[in-house]
Design a protein around this ligand. Structure first.
Ligand code: TMP
Length: 213
């Protein structure tokens, strides 16, 4: 097993249906193959209480949830996840790969829900005590494509996925704004190539970062 000087925190972001979760699995397999100690997790959720908050947020029974309530619940779930999973792993000098993190809140709640990116960022600074990823991989794909893709999936749509295409286009614009604000941290991967090509691009971005090339 390769040992690192300190833990590395890497997050993956993108619209629903962009192929991000497949990229996380591909990156995980490659890092493990290279001998790294890797933890893979997701938000909202990733720990017992955080998963309970996830169920509450995504429950179709909770349509019409107030936007700030939603934003606070994502942040509460994030707080639990950091304390129970992310921080302990980073302290053990592991690589943490997390499917979604703060930029989802900036894009979905800050921009698409209209709360304001800066307001949601500040609220998350309280929840996270300033813990930001070392690297964020943003899988960029036309929101229309992801929107159609999740509707072809066999499983039932969750509360956020039920939002209309205008909402998902706003999420995309919100991500673009986050990229402009944090260009050093957020790296874009083209999600409009074949899924295999997109995964390979994500792998090379992460491996280059971890191996400091
Ligand atoms: P998932 O489908 O990628 O697991 O994410 C669940 C939904 O939650 C997805 O539609 C994105 C949304 N989300 C937010 O709106 N804000 C957040 O902070 C996070 C982490 C996810």
């Amino acid at each position: 097993m390769k040992t690192l000087d300190k833990g590395i925190f890497i997050t993956f972001e993108g619209n629903d249906g962009c192929g991000k979760s497949t990229a996380v699995r591909g990156v995980y397999d490659e890092l493990v193959k290279r001998g790294y100690d890797v933890v893979v997790t997701r938000e909202p959720g990733g720990s017992k209480i955080a998963e309970k908050i996830r169920s509450l947020i995504l429950d179709n029974d909770n349509m019409g949830m107030d936007s700030r309530t939603e934003s606070l619940l994502y942040a509460a779930s994030r707080r639990e996840h950091i304390v129970k999973v992310i921080k302990p792993a980073l302290e053990k000098k592991q690589i943490v790969l997390c499917d979604r993190y703060i930029d989802s809140s900036l894009a979905y709640q800050g921009y698409a829900r209209g709360i304001g990116i800066d307001e949601v960022y500040e609220m998350n600074m309280f929840a996270t005590e300033g813990l930001l990823p070392n690297l964020t991989v943003f899988v960029v794909a036309d929101p229309e494509v992801g929107f159609q893709r999740i509707r072809k999936n066999a499983r039932e749509l969750d509360r956020l996925e039920h939002e209309d295409i205008k909402f998902h286009k706003d999420v995309y614009l919100g991500y673009m704004k986050a990229c402009e604000k944090y260009p050093d941290r957020i790296k874009k991967v083209n999600g409009e190539q074949t899924l295999e090509e997109a995964v390979n691009e994500a792998i090379s971005v992460v491996v280059n970062f971890v191996e400091g090339k």
